[in-house]
Design a protein around this ligand. Structure first.
Ligand code: C2E
Ligand code: MG
Ligand code: MG
Ligand code: MG
Length: 283
């Protein structure tokens, strides 16, 4: 702890912070270009029924293949885009590609739902609901098969405007998921206050349930609470068959993680849905 504190103080004098600011600026100046040229693209990570292994949907995860810096993680550029108020077009782009991709899978005769991560900042956009309606209509995709995953739930409960938009989206039939569940400090309150359909348990609690009794108790209790409130439970970060088996024993509904599949491009996902139904893959 002391070491990390010293580290924080040292950061204040870090000359690299200057570089970071310049880097953020250069990323944002390239954002529109990246969207137009498909440097920015959407990966799909499959979600499976925990019990049967059947693929029932996917989560859309944005990727930035930068020509000189290589693959940049969304954890690096999403916060920058939020800060620079550039999240609107990016979100619209991801939603459109995600829904288009999911619609192309349902067109093959598979029932399939799609989850998209939503920055809570977007909830301040007055026409968000109409924007989503337009995208769903364009691809003839049902509201009920779209899930919006919300991570910064704390910002939601403290903003009446954001909460009102969330309720509007939910009333339109869109599914709402509380992402990274368990990592905030008032998660039970969110379950009470938010119009959510799904609880997505953070992978830091999931990955070690086979070995760590405390994690196991936390996950099992979370599943019970969520089920008692009528929510679907998704476990993220499922990397092994042993973890899946433990989750099935606890009644978990849906699993996502490297055991089911890594995030892949749409064509790879389509092949996977076509040939892999009803069976899990390792690797
Ligand atoms: P998230 O929504 O919690 O997504 C799950 C992250 O865990 C993804 O990282 C995924 O690749 C990774 N992951 C999935 N399964 C496993 C596993 O079995 N083991 C391990 N170790 N990791 C796994 P990724 O793609 O780097 O995304 C990071 C975060 O960036 C996401 O966390 C999400 O909060 C955010 N994000 C991604 N795309 C978007 C987007 O289009 N819009 C917004 N606002 N945020 C996004
Ligand atoms: Mg997510
Ligand atoms: Mg998550
Ligand atoms: Mg996350």
């Amino acid at each position: 702890e002391e070491a990390s504190q010293a580290n924080d103080i040292w950061k204040l004098y870090d000359p690299h912070r200057q570089d970071e600011a310049a880097w953020a600026l250069s990323l944002m100046s390239r954002l529109d270009h990246a969207i137009d040229t498909q440097e920015l693209w959407v990966a799909f990570q499959p979600k499976a029924s925990a019990a049967s292994g059947e693929i029932i949907g996917a989560e859309a995860l944005v990727r930035w293949q930068h020509p000189t810096r290589g693959l940049i993680s969304p954890d690096q550029f999403i916060p920058v885009a939020e800060e620079a108020n550039r999240i609107d077009r990016l979100t619209e782009f991801v939603l459109d590609r995600a829904v288009e991709g999911a619609a192309s899978i349902t067109a093959l005769g598979h029932s399939f739902s799609i989850a998209v991560n939503l920055s809570t900042q977007m909830l301040l956009r007055p026409d968000l609901s109409e924007m989503i309606d337009t995208i769903l209509a364009r691809h003839q995709f049902p509201h009920a098969s779209l899930t919006l995953e919300i991570t910064e739930t704390g910002q939601l409960v403290s903003s009446p405007l954001k909460l009102a938009m969330m309720k509007k989206l939910s009333q339109r039939g869109i599914q709402v998921s509380i992402d990274d569940y368990g990592t905030g400090n008032a998660t039970l309150e969110y379950l009470k206050l938010l119009p959510s359909n799904e609880v997505k348990i953070d992978r830091r609690f999931v990955f070690n349930i086979v070995n760590d009794q405390l994690d196991r108790i936390l996950v099992e209790s979370t599943i019970d609470v969520a089920h008692n409130l009528g929510r679907t439970v998704v476990a993220e970060g499922v990397e092994s068959e042993a973890v899946r088996a433990a989750l099935v024993g606890m009644g978990c509904d849906v699993i996502q993680g490297f055991l089911v599949g890594k995030p892949v491009d749409l064509e790879t996902l389509k092949r996977r849905v076509g040939i892999g139904r009803g069976q899990l893959r390792t690797g």
